[in-house]
Design a binder for this molecule. Structure first.
Ligand SMILES: O=C(O)CCC(=O)C(=O)O
Ligand SMILES: [Fe+2]
Length: 225
C-alpha cells in the first residue's frame, strides 16, 4: 500500500511522529514492558497489567453493555466483526482509574484517548484482519478526522482464558498472541515517520471453544470527542 504518497496522511504526520517518540521513550524506561522483537512495527506487552479481580469486574461490565459490533464502513464489514461490543461507562470511578493507569503507562494526553470499549466473542465470532488506523475514501473518514484525527496507538487487554482459538494475530508479521488474562498489548499504528503502518494489520481469530473478553482503547493524534 502506497501510504507514503497519500496526501490525506500528511496532516497528522507530525503529531503521530511525536506521540510515537514520546511513548517509545516512556515504555523503554519501564522494566515491566516487553517489546515484541520485530522492526516492522512497535508492539509491546505488559503481563498482569489488569489484576484478576479487575478482569472479573470488567467482564461483568462488558456483559452489561455488549451489543453486536459495527465497524465503520458497513459495506466493507459484513461479517467482518462478529463480536459483541460496547463502551464501558467512562464516568464510573473504576473505569476512570483504569484510564488514568493506561494514560500514565504510556505518558499520553488523556484527552486524546477514546472511551474504553469492551468486546465479547462467542464461538465462531471474530474480527477479521484490519488496521486500527483510518483509511481515506471511506464513509467514516471525514467524521473521524473531524473528531480527533488519525488513530495513533492501540491499548488492548485480554481479560480471560479462552479454551481454544481467539488469538490476536498480526498477520503480516506472522505473529500469533494467545489470550492471557490481565495481559495488555500496546502498539503504534504509525511508523517512526508518523505515517500509518501497513504492517500493523491484525485480526481477532475466531473463538473455537469458550468465550473471549477484551477491552480496547484507541488514542488519537489530537483531542478526541
Ligand atoms: O480481538 C482481538 O484480538 C483484536 C481486537 C481488535 O483488533 C480491535 O479491537 O481493534
Ligand atoms: Fe484492531
Amino acid at each position: 500500500m502506497a501510504v507514503k504518497t497519500k496526501p490525506e496522511f500528511l496532516k497528522d504526520q507530525p503529531r503521530l511522529r511525536r506521540v510515537g517518540a514520546e511513548v517509545r521513550e516512556r515504555l523503554a524506561a519501564n522494566p515491566a514492558v516487553w517489546q515484541v522483537p520485530t522492526d516492522k512495527a512497535e508492539i509491546y506487552a505488559v503481563a498482569d497489567f489488569i489484576k484478576p479481580e479487575e478482569c472479573d469486574r470488567l467482564i461483568a461490565m462488558i456483559d452489561d453493555v455488549a451489543k453486536p459490533s459495527t465497524v465503520f464502513d458497513i459495506d466493507y464489514s459484513e461479517g467482518y466483526r462478529t463480536s459483541y461490543s460496547g463502551d464501558v461507562d467512562p464516568t464510573d470511578p473504576f473505569i476512570r482509574k483504569l484510564n488514568r493507569r493506561l494514560n500514565d503507562l504510556m505518558g499520553v494526553y488523556p484527552e486524546w484517548g477514546e472511551t474504553i470499549q469492551g468486546q465479547r466473542y462467542l464461538p465462531g465470532q471474530e474480527f477479521k484482519p484490519h488496521h486500527d488506523w483510518f483509511h481515506p475514501n471511506t464513509s467514516y473518514w471525514d467524521f473521524e478526522m473531524g473528531r480527533g484525527g488519525q488513530r495513533a496507538y492501540t491499548a488492548m487487554a485480554f481479560l480471560n482464558d479462552v479454551e481454544e482459538g481467539g488469538t490476536t494475530d498480526f498477520t503480516d508479521l506472522e505473529m500469533s498472541i494467545e489470550p492471557k488474562p490481565g495481559a495488555l498489548l500496546l502498539w503504534n499504528n504509525a511508523d517512526k515517520d508518523g505515517l500509518p503502518n501497513p504492517h500493523t494489520i491484525h485480526a481477532g481469530r475466531p473463538v473455537v471453544k469458550g468465550v473471549k473478553y477484551i477491552f480496547t482503547k484507541w488514542y488519537r493524534a489530537q483531542k478526541w470527542n
